[in-house]
Structure formats: C-alpha cells, structure tokens
Design a binder for this molecule. Structure first.
Ligand SMILES: [Zn+2]
Length: 514
C-alpha cells in the first residue's frame, strides 16, 4: 500500500527544490535558459533524495553553447557542444541551436575537463586523510573530471592485483570523477614481471616508484638495480614509469636551525637530490637497450627544481624517452612567502625560491614541462604538526585538487599563456600520459563528454567555507586566484553547477589504456 502522505511530502519537497534551482538560474546572469524542460531536468538532477540514480539525467541529448569554446584544434571561438549519452556527438561553430535542451553559458569558457594525473585519495585504509568521496567531489567542483590515483598512501598500498581490485571496487560506488590508478613499482615486485603484468592486465595505467623513502613503510623506494630490472618490462608493454625523483644524500645540517622556519626544511632537501635522481634515471635509460613500445616513457613527478630541467633537456635532445611534470603549488607559492610554522606548505621536493618559481612557470609555458598536476596529498592536522609548526616533523603533502585549474591558470595567464595552452597542460598532455588520448583531453566528436565551464576573469572562491577536501588546511586558503568554475560535466552528466555537486557519484572507473 502506498503511503499517500509520503508521496505528498516528496511532491512538496521536489517543488521546493525545483523552485530554488529555478531562482538560482535566473539570479545568475551567465546562464540563459531555453525551454521550460530545463526546470524539469534540474528538478531531477537535484531531487531531495536520489536513492538509486546517478544524476537522473532525463535527456538523451543536450547542448552546451558559449561565445568561447576551446575547439579540438585549440582555437577559441563561439560554438555549440552536442552531448549524447556519455559522449560528445558534435562540436560546431553554429550556435543557432534548435533542439530543446540547451544551456547557453554566454561568455563563460567551455574547456575540456581537467585531468589530474597525480592525486593521493588514500582509500582504502586512510580515509581519515582524504577518501574517494570527498576527494573526487572536491575535484569535480573545481572542474577536474578525471583523476589518476597514486598507489600510496592507501593502506594497503597498490602493489599487487588484489589491492588494485579493491580500489576499483570502491571507486565504482564512490567516485564523482572518472578515476584510474597507477600501480606501485617497489623492490618487492620490480624483478617479478608476472606480478607487474597482473597489475597492468587488471587495469593499472602505468607504474609509480619512489627513489627516496616514501614515508610509508609498505612502499619501499627502488634502487638502480630495481629500475634496471623493471625497464625492459615497462618498455615492452608501452606504459609510463612515473617517478618521485629525489635521491637522498648527506646534507650538512645546522643543528641549531629553528625547525619552525621554512628555510630549515628547504635546506634539508636541496636541489641536488632532484638532480642526482634525474641523472640516474637518464643513465639507466641509456644503459637499457631493449625496444620500447609506444606509450613508454619516464615521467618525472612534481619537478620543483628548475635547474634540473637542463638534464632533461639534454637527455631529450639525445632522443631518450623522458618527460617532466610540475605541480600547481610550485607555480603559485615561493619559499620567501612561507610563514613561520605554516606546515600546510610542506611538500617534497620543497617549494623553492621566487626566481625558481618563475623559471618553472616559463618552462610550462614553453612546453618543456609537459603538464601540471595537483599532487593533492592531504593529511590530518595532527600529522601536519599544526600545533608545533615543526616543518621537520610535519607530514609532507599539499592539499589542493580543488584549486588545480584556477592556480595553474593564474600562474600561466600572467606570462601570456592562453586558453589553448592551458588545455594542453591540464587536459591534453595528461590524457596522453594516462593512455587516454583517443577519448579524453579534447572537446572532439566521439570523445567522452568531460567538460568544464568556467569564467577565467572571475576570481575563484578559495574560502574555507567552499573547500570540499576532507581537511581544510591548505596553502590555497584565501589565496587570490583567477578562474571560477561554473559547471562540470563528467561522462555526459552535469556533475556540478554553481558550486553544487551532484548527489550521486557519476564517475567511471578507468581500466584501459588506448
Ligand atoms: Zn605525490
């Protein structure tokens, strides 16, 4: 028997929700609604309860229109993006759209969704640090549509097939963004190609290693002989080898130095660590004569030292397959501005001086650094030593996936990079690294409908109130950044709008390279 009072209540609640959304639209000058179907749609996208549906997108197809669309050739001009199911059906310059379901975003920019290839969601095992739900919701609200998760700091770490399967299973019901996984390459599996093959066959997109202690006991760092043993396998399979490139050596420590001063921490991890590691990687690449299938390369994670670029430039000049990323925080902050005891700025390798920051930014603009990631890696405030402000004891890692787009844009637009250049380093190159370039990274017919609509000239809101990470401690808090995200589409689903994130996880688990 149907409970009539319950139905009555749901009708009223739906009507209220629809009314609120209707008003929100009409209060917002950026969005022009065509046809009243939109109201019905929103009524279903944000119902008071969504027990079993993912956004409940009623329309089989709809169209996004704006005066500034980043076309697949990189050019920015007025256009219409036709979405059918999970895919982009068409992208056209003809903005006279006659189909009933249209969102016209006027002069807001329609860009390919951001792909963050470097994030630590820490699930399973350390959801008190972050977690798939909060981490991916934060990502989506910031315009990030696809994430590739690192094999640590989950517990257990992802170094064998059972652990990968566990992550995939969790992601199916928890991820608001598309989510793929890097597997860990550690001394325990580097010499066993069968175990490595199981991880790739199970859906890992490539491998990640540390050349220095990772901080997690179960994730030991590799030595030269481990890398040498794994290289022929990685090359034969055509997958990237993602490396935390720092080799730790003796540094002269000033025992009297104040651990709450950032300079003390910086001195403990000098640029030499990065340079030594990259030199070793180059040497190992040179020494290996096996044949590489397309897709293989050494990908140096989070470069912080601009001088090390010279080593990579020289190696690439000789045709060696090595490339490098940096992170948004290295383009945003400089050592000079880190306040005493502000451990939210601690990461490894460390944020270095302002001149170094400028050199890294230029290298991204010139394409020498191929992509920018967040390396979102939060930890609870107790581990960040917020009470003591002790940089040497604090856990390293910066929280910031939600701000990847505005932080990168703010840094790059200041030196003249345009929307096309931004899409290259935040979408196209990351898609290539993850083996997804035939379906992600561009707004092209047949590609996945992963899209961000945003206003490059409007400040991003970086207040704690809108921070969706599990922990709010972040150096980005209240940082003036340009670029406000209006809407995010994940696999054809409108997953966030004006800061509201859809209530159901709509992400797809990515388990296959092109
Ligand atoms: Zn990392």
């Amino acid at each position: 028997m149907v409970d009539k009072s319950l139905i009555g209540m749901l009708v009223v609640l739906n009507a209220i929700a629809a009314g609120v959304l209707y008003n929100r639209f009409h209060d917002h000058p950026q969005v022009q609604l065509i046809e009243s179907h939109v109201l019905e749609w929103y009524h279903h996208v944000f119902p008071p309860k969504t027990p079993d549906r993912c956004g409940a997108l009623k329309w089989p197809s709809y169209v996004l229109v704006s005066d500034r669309v980043v076309f697949p050739d990189g050019d920015v001009r007025p256009g219409a993006v036709y979405i059918e199911g999970t895919k982009i059906a068409e992208i056209t310059e003809n903005t006279t759209v006659t189909v009933p379901h249209v969102l016209n975003f006027k002069d807001a920019v329609i860009s390919p969704g951001v792909i963050d290839v470097h994030i630590h969601l820490n699930e399973p095992g350390r959801v008190e640090w972050e977690g798939m739900i909060n981490g991916t919701r934060a990502a989506v609200s910031g315009g990030v549509t696809t994430l590739i998760d690192m094999p640590l700091n989950s517990d257990p770490v992802t170094t064998d097939i059972e652990q990968l399967e566990a992550k995939k299973k969790l992601a199916k019901t928890k991820s608001f963004a598309n989510l793929g996984f890097w597997a860990g390459l550690v001394p325990g599996n580097a010499h066993n190609h069968t175990r490595l093959a199981e991880l790739l066959d199970g859906g890992a997109l490539g491998f990640k290693s540390f050349m220095c202690p990772s901080g997690i006991n179960d994730f030991a760092n590799v030595e030269a002989d481990d890398i040498a043993a794994a290289l022929p396998f990685l090359k034969a399979r055509g997958v990237p080898f993602f490396v935390h490139a720092e080799v730790v050596s003796e540094v002269e420590a000033d025992k009297a130095a104040d651990p709450t001063e950032y300079a003390t921490y910086m001195a403990s991890r000098p640029p030499k660590f990065e340079q030594d590691a990259i030199r070793l990687l180059v040497k190992l690449l040179e020494a290996d004569s096996s044949v590489a299938a397309p897709g293989f390369l050494v990908h140096v994670a989070h470069l912080a030292d601009a001088e090390a670029l010279e080593i990579i430039r020289e190696a690439r000049g000789r045709g060696l397959p090595i490339q490098v990323e940096t992170c948004a925080h290295y383009l945003t902050f400089s050592a000079e501005e880190v306040p005493q005891g502000a451990t939210q700025y601690k990461c490894a390798p460390p944020i270095r001086g302002a001149a170094n920051k400028d050199a890294l930014t230029k290298a991204v603009a010139s394409g020498e650094i191929v992509l920018v990631s967040s390396d979102h890696s939060p930890a609870p405030p107790s581990l960040k030593e917020t009470q003591s402000g002790n940089f040497l004891r604090a856990w390293g890692g910066i929280s910031g996936v939600q701000y990847l787009l505005p932080a990168t844009w703010t840094a790059l637009q200041a030196i003249g990079v345009d929307l096309r250049g931004l899409a290259l380093v935040l979408s196209e190159e990351p898609a290539r690294l993850a083996g997804l370039a035939s379906r992600k990274g561009k707004l092209a017919p047949g590609f996945d409908a992963d899209i961000v609509v945003w206003e490059p000239q409007t400040p991003a809101n970086t207040s704690v109130a809108l921070n969706r990470h599990t922990h709010k401690l972040s150096p980005y808090t209240d940082r003036p950044l340009m670029g406000k995200v209006i809407a995010t589409v994940v696999g054809g689903e409108l997953s966030s709008l004006f800061g509201n994130v859809n209530q159901q996880p709509c992400g797809t688990v990515i388990t296959k390279r092109d």
